[in-house]
Ligand binder design. Structure first.
Ligand SMILES: [Zn+2]
Length: 410
């Protein structure tokens, strides 16, 4: 095994940079962010790259191309974590790329492009409630407003950045142009590859989302005196609607997923009162915007039918919509060739979770490689796991891709 064992050891080492005793939590602009970043930069230099922090706290490593004016191919993933995180989410995408460069450097091989690895400073948004901070800046989509975001102690992002040694005034200069490709490797964070016995998969798109706040209004009444036939029970109606959402999405397993994540009786309810008003949320996600929008429309009709039959009213507030971000077709095909070259069946799959790649897609052709997630596909959890064998195959696939990629002539 060429790469896998070392990558897992490095992931273990990075997991030691944690703010919380006994579990992994590493948030933006903290001392642990700095220590982890310095370790990553040291590994980048050891692999033959120039590396250091940028104005926002991203760690950027550069492996020069075969000529000074070569185009740039970018990769990377995030170095921050959620609270009580797994050790491969984000981290793997950084380490696998460093391993590729180390191998190229050892062979004294230069590519027809400069290869840059970015360890993004904050994707999860745990500290300031702003997600994808590092990648937004590279995409030119970081707004000055974001500097005003505060953490739980009232410290602004700007104050924390200055204390970290960053340069808020230089953030606009981080915006990149003319990038030939952005390719991010990431642990799948789901069970699809695990269930199909595959080490890696090629991502088709990063899912879009629709979110609805629904309010069901019936008629509150005495639990003892109102006969069953005439009741307009908002809770029973809302429960039937939640099951309808589940049924609708379950019947289209390759198209979308749907979740009723909040569900509450107005005022909390009482043991002897027929619920008069219930609010719940629906979260629908799909790699295909047409499927997602059709599901929103069909569910609205289906839930209104339930409301009508039960004599309640349904208020429907579609309060959030995010378009899916499709991966570049040519890059997907190239990644698929590299997967095939390793004797692995090519599985295309959408990403249900958001990633830094969705920001970079605004400025460059984008693709993602997923790596199998063990233990039922659990992630954002200390049980998140990956094997050295899979890390090894994924790294070989990325290296094969890099050595065969011909950037288009600018
Ligand atoms: Zn991640």
């Amino acid at each position: 095994m060429k790469f896998g064992k070392r990558i897992l050891e490095q992931a273990d080492r990075l997991a030691e940079f944690t703010e919380d005793e006994g579990r992994l939590t590493r948030t933006y602009l903290t001392p642990k962010h700095r220590e982890a970043g310095e370790q990553i930069a040291a590994w980048m230099r050891e692999a033959g790259m120039e590396a250091g922090f940028d104005a926002l706290g991203n760690v950027v490593g550069r492996y020069a191309g075969d000529r000074a004016d070569a185009p740039v191919v970018l990769t990377g993933s995030h170095m921050d974590t959620v609270v009580d995180a797994g050790r491969y989410d984000g981290t793997f995408g950084i380490l696998t790329a460093i391993a590729c460069v180390q191998d190229l450097h050892k062979r004294r091989k230069r590519l027809p492009f400069a290869f840059e690895i970015v360890a993004f400073c904050d994707e999860e948004g745990v500290r300031f409630g702003v997600t994808l901070i590092g990648s937004r800046a590279l995409a030119g989509r970081f707004t000055p407003e974001m500097l005003k975001a505060r953490d739980k102690d009232g410290v602004t992002l700007k104050e924390a950045l200055v204390a970290f040694g960053g340069r808020p005034e230089a953030i606009p200069l981080l915006s990149r142009k003319g990038i030939a490709a952005f390719v991010e490797s990431h642990i799948e964070q789901g069970p699809v590859l695990l269930d199909e016995g595959l080490p890696v998969g090629v991502v088709t798109s990063i899912a879009g989302a629709s979110r609805v706040k629904a309010r069901v209004t019936g008629l509150a009444g005495h639990a003892g005196t109102v006969p069953m036939p005439g009741r307009r029970d908002a809770l029973a109606a809302a429960a039937e609607m939640a099951l309808a959402v589940e049924r609708h999405c379950a019947s289209r397993p390759r198209e979308l997923v749907g979740t009723v994540g909040k569900f509450a009786i107005a005022g909390g309810g009482a043991v002897n009162v027929i619920p008069g008003s219930v609010e719940f949320t629906i979260d629908l996600r799909s790699g295909n915007d047409a499927h997602r929008k059709a599901a929103v429309a069909e569910l609205q009709v289906a839930l209104n039918e339930i409301a009508q039959r039960r004599g309640v009213t349904l208020d429907w507030d579609l309060f959030f919509e995010l378009e899916a971000m499709p991966c570049d077709e040519a890059l997907q095909a190239a990644l698929a060739e590299s997967v095939k070259a390793h004797g692995v069946a090519v599985r295309h799959l959408p990403s249900g979770a958001g990633h830094d790649a969705m920001e970079l897609a605004h400025i460059a052709p984008m693709a993602m490689l997923f790596v199998r997630c063990g233990d039922g596909g659990i992630s954002h959890n200390p049980r998140e796991t990956m094997t050295a064998e899979d890390a090894d195959i994924a790294t070989s696939v990325l290296l094969h891709f890099l050595e065969n990629f011909q950037p288009p002539n600018p």
